[in-house]
Design a binder for this molecule. Sequence first.
Ligand SMILES: [Zn+2]
Length: 166
Amino acid sequence: MDTLSKEQRSLNMSKIHSFDTKPEILVRRYLFANGFRYRVNVKSLPGTPDIVLRKYRTVIFIHGCFWHRHECMKGKLPKTNTEFWEQKFRKNQERDISVREKLKQLGWNTLIVWECQLKPTVREQTLKEIAYLLNKSQLKILHHRYQIYEEPIRIAAEEPAKYGLD
Ligand SMILES: [Zn+2]
């Protein structure tokens, strides 16, 4: 006998479909292994970001290429019911833009990772780039914290002759 209630079942289904999808797990596993700490599916932030890295003031969305219209093969408009899809995609895109705008106003960086960027052939490169961007965003925060501005810190110059530069 099936003992799951309708609610439980739909909850399980939603878990399968909208959470813990494989590409997201890949990113999370990589981040964790490299010392990044995060929270997942944070409902208190606009758009319920997939991954939230507070220390880096950065949220990550892992977008499916089809649903979010990536400029790749998978993001192409279906040949049938074109009008229906166009409308549906437009709504998704508008929502994505407004979510990014809201996050920006709240002081968050938004990082979009496309599913096709996590294909086995390009995955390693993508993950490294995510880590690079996170570190870069933290650098900005640190600059602010330590009040490092454009002006370089002046250190008393030593005699150039010492290094044989003249
Ligand atoms: Zn794509």
